[in-house]
Design a protein around this ligand. Structure first.
Ligand code: NAD
Length: 282
């Protein structure tokens, strides 16, 4: 057994990611020699389609594990030797462990959202939840909500075909739940009767300021979760607080994807509160 760990983050533009700092601080707190480095496909001039080769090189160069992010979470799957059932259902992998059995894929975005949700909005009602944004992150969130016991999920996206496709796939994976698709213009009908809304579009990030839907639709019986985490306090969350809603910021998912990955990589139980406090100081 070795107490040293070498971990990478494969994706485009991953240089500024806060995930390496989160892992390394937690590794230090456990007394590990834990090195976590970005492997930025953009600065290496490597096309995302070459992720399989990068995986092979990482393994040959002695990495113990990698996180995989945009745009490689689907592309990486065909290069794995085994895949955890939750990640296989989702069709996306963000953590690859190099084990004796080969490269094994997991998805801690979906487990991380679930753990962050349970931490930040305990006892929140999940009878009818609206998900705004059906991209890669939104799909991981949808699976998490349905595993947490959401009985009716409505998926909304500017791209209505995408919302319908995602909803259909979710029904296939969660046959006991009601999952449907809708459009932005129906939010005025949906939100007054919903328990909660999760926002998973890029709106609210520094590069895409604003709120994705009319904040006048928010009401005190609705909880509001935003997965945007740069900034942590988005215009949507400010409007939700002003409307009297319980809120959850995107830091919970960002931290818990790292908490769950650290646990998989090291076999140790990370201190989620310590990782969260560190993340919020970064
Ligand atoms: P993506 O591009 O795959 O999907 C975004 C989806 O939002 C698309 O389907 C798009 O059609 C839809 N959309 C709906 N309304 C939109 C609008 N007004 N403007 C733009 N798009 C709109 O992106 P993704 O990978 O799913 O990530 C979405 C956001 O989630 C990211 O920008 C990031 O802020 C956040 N995110 C957070 C975490 C976390 O750990 N907290 C993790 C991953 C992503």
């Amino acid at each position: 057994p070795t107490s040293s760990h070498l971990v990478g983050l494969i994706g485009t533009g991953v240089g500024p990611s806060l995930t390496p700092a989160m892992h390394m601080a937690e590794g230090r707190a456990h007394g590990l020699d834990y090195v976590y480095r970005p492997i930025d496909l953009t600065s290496l001039s490597l096309a995302p389609e070459r992720v399989g080769e990068v995986l092979t090189w990482a393994r040959m160069l002695g990495f113990d594990a990698v996180n995989v992010t945009h745009p490689c979470k689907q592309l990486v799957i065909e290069h794995l030797d085994a895949i955890d059932p939750v990640a296989a259902d989702l069709g996306a992998v963000n953590t690859v462990l190099f084990t004796e059995a080969g490269a094994v894929g997991h998805n801690t975005d979906t487990t991380g959202f679930a753990h962050g949700f349970t931490e930040g909005l305990p006892d929140a009602r999940l009878d009818h939840v609206v998900l705004v944004g059906a991209g890669g992150a939104g799909t991981a969130v949808a699976d998490a909500l349905l595993r947490l016991g959401c009985t009716h999920l409505t998926v909304v996206d500017l791209d209505v075909d995408r919302a319908s496709t995602v909803a259909r796939e979710l029904v296939g994976r969660h046959p006991l739940a009601q999952v449907d698709a809708s459009s932005f213009d129906k939010l005025s009908i949906l939100l007054p009767h919903s328990d909660g809304v999760v926002h998973a579009t890029p709106t609210g990030m520094a590069a895409h300021p604003g709120v994705a839907f009319d904040p006048a639709l928010l009401h005190p019986d609705l909880w509001v979760a935003d997965i945007v985490y740069r900034p942590l306090d988005t215009a949507l969350l400010a409007a939700a607080r002003a409307a009297g809603c319980r809120t959850l910021d995107g830091g919970h998912m960002a931290v818990h994807q790292a908490v769950d990955a650290f646990a998989l990589i090291t076999g140790l139980t990370p201190d989620a509160d310590r990782m969260s406090q560190h993340f919020r100081r970064l």
